[in-house]
Ligand binder design. Structure first.
Ligand SMILES: Cc1cc2nc3c(=O)[nH]c(=O)nc-3n(C[C@H](O)[C@H](O)[C@H](O)COP(=O)(O)O)c2cc1C
Length: 155
C-alpha cells in the first residue's frame, strides 16, 4: 500500500507534534504488517510556493479564528490561510480526500470550525478531530480512519 500523504500547517507546533506521533504509530503498524501504510507529510507555511499535487492527500487543519461566535455571527480565519490557498491552488482540491480538524474545546461552537469549512469548500469528508497535540488514543483512532479511507481511494 502506497504511503498516506498528509499536508498540514502548524503555527504553534501542536499539529506538527501530532503528525510526528501519527507517523511513528504508522511505522509500528507497518512493521507488524506491510499492508498498513506509512505516512509522508508536508508542512505548509506562508513561505510555501504551491505545487501541483498528483496524489490524493489528507489535510490536517488547526483552528485560528477571530471574531464571531461560530453560530450566528461572522468569524475570520487567521494564521492558517496558506494551507487553504495551497489546497485551492490549481487542481489540488480534487486530490483532497479528507480533512482532519484540531482545536481547543474551550472555543465551544468554534471548535475545529476551519476544518469543517475546508471540508465543505473542497468537497472532502470531515474525517476526525482531536484537541491540541492529541493523545496516543487519538493517533490510533485517526490512523485507522485514514487507512480505511486511503484503501477506498486507492481501490
Ligand atoms: C489566537 C488563537 C485562536 C484560536 N481559535 C480557535 C478556535 O476558534 N477554535 C478552536 O477549536 N481552537 C482555536 N484555537 C486553538 C488552536 O486551534 C489549537 O491550539 C491548535 O492545537 C493549534 O495548532 P498548532 O499548534 O499546530 O498551530 C485558537 C488558538 C489561538 C492561539
Amino acid at each position: 500500500m502506497a504511503p498516506i500523504n498528509i499536508i498540514y500547517t502548524s503555527i504553534e507546533g501542536n499539529t506538527r507534534a501530532f503528525i510526528k506521533r501519527l507517523s511513528a504509530y504508522a511505522e509500528q503498524q507497518h512493521a507488524l504488517n506491510e499492508d498498513n501504510p506509512l505516512i509522508t507529510s508536508k508542512e505548509i507555511s506562508d513561505q510555501t510556493i504551491p505545487e501541483d499535487e498528483k496524489e490524493p492527500f489528507f489535510a490536517f487543519v488547526p483552528t485560528y479564528l477571530t471574531g464571531g461566535n461560530g453560530i450566528d455571527s461572522g468569524f475570520t480565519e487567521i494564521m492558517t490561510n496558506a494551507l487553504g490557498e495551497y489546497i485551492e491552488s490549481g487542481d489540488n482540491a480534487k486530490y483532497c480526500v479528507g480533512v482532519v480538524g484540531s482545536g481547543n474545546r474551550n472555543f465551544n461552537e468554534q471548535y475545529c470550525l476551519t476544518a469543517r469549512k475546508y471540508a465543505k469548500q473542497f468537497n472532502a469528508p470531515f474525517l476526525a478531530d482531536y484537541e491540541l497535540r492529541g493523545t496516543s488514543r487519538d493517533a490510533e483512532h485517526i490512523y485507522a480512519i485514514l487507512r480505511d479511507r486511503w484503501n477506498e481511494v486507492h481501490a
